[in-house]
Design a protein around this ligand. Structure first.
Ligand code: 76R
Length: 248
């Protein structure tokens, strides 16, 4: 058996994707809309307070294209808290104007492929901060789930540790070329969801997503072993701009 990678695991993550039921929304009375928006804004304000206390984080983006309309990305210490968040949303007066489109459950993950030998990673403040990240309020998000292949010829999980380390080094070097342009959060979902990882990228220039993902396609880790789910790309929302989007 090949040596399993050791992971450091941080906050749990829920990507909650919703579609707006425009027909229901447009036929609601102004009073109904007002009530729903109040509840929505209260929920968002509550989630933002949790972020201010450093006990979780929130990203809200408007999805471009027809796969969904909104993505709420929540990070919390426990799965119970994530569950409470989705239940509170589902109970709210706003939820009846939305449909559940897709969700993804994972946990922020760092693996030990690039770890410095002899260093306790939990004593390195940058590493600890990366496990419980406050999401950047970048203008754009790109989210997709992925696997590493388990085919007879191309089985990531049967490669020796040393080989995987070499491959991951090359992957990491490409990533570093995008420092300051793209921030990535890798969250592990083996045992939690239908793919093995969630990849969430943030950037102010959306074109950098395309450039980074494309460059990685030529790198062996992605070229040979990567399998990808649906891609969701979106534009930053605040509570205020979300209300505007609904009322315009
Ligand atoms: O944690 C680290 O930053 C160290 C290096 C590193 C690891 C271990 C790293 C760097 N990644 C790691 C692990 Mn990554 N990453 C992806 C994708 O679209 C594709 O082809 C792949 C999707 C992107 C865009 C990306 C970006 N990475 C992983 C893992 C877990 C692998 C495992 O355990 O087998 C996956 C699935 C994955 C996928 N990666 C970086 C980036 C970027 C931008 C970096 C540089 C980060 C930096 O140094 O600041």
């Amino acid at each position: 058996m090949s040596e399993a990678a050791q992971t450091l695991d941080g906050w749990y993550v829920l990507h909650d994707l919703r579609t707006i039921d425009w027909q229901a929304w447009n036929s609601a009375s102004p009073a109904e809309q007002d009530g729903a928006l109040n509840e929505l804004v209260n929920l968002i304000n509550g989630w933002q307070e949790v972020e201010t206390r450093g006990e979780g984080s929130l990203g809200i983006y408007s999805i471009v294209g027809q796969k969904a309309d909104l993505i709420f990305m929540h990070l919390r210490e426990t799965l119970e808290e994530l569950n409470a968040i989705e239940n509170a949303f589902n109970r709210s007066g706003f939820a009846k104007f939305t449909r559940k489109e897709y969700s993804y459950v994972s946990v922020v993950e760092l693996s030990n492929y690039m770890a410095a030998p002899g260093v306790d990673p939990m004593q390195v403040p940058e590493i600890v901060a990366r496990l419980k990240p406050i999401l950047p309020k970048s203008k754009h998000i790109c989210f997709y789930p992925m696997n590493k292949k388990r085919d007879l010829q191309d089985n990531w999980y049967m490669l020796p540790m040393e080989e995987r380390k070499t491959l991951m080094r090359s992957h990491g070097m490409i990533g570093r070329g995008y420092a300051g342009k793209v921030k990535q959060i890798i969250s592990g979902s083996v045992g939690f969801d239908d793919w093995e990882w969630g990849v969430t990228l943030f950037a102010d220039d959306a074109l950098q997503f395309k450039k980074l993902v494309y460059e990685m396609r030529f790198d062996e880790v992605s070229a040979r072993y990567g399998e990808f789910g649906s891609f969701y790309v979106g534009n930053l929302l605040t509570g205020e701009s979300l209300v505007k989007l609904l009322l315009q």
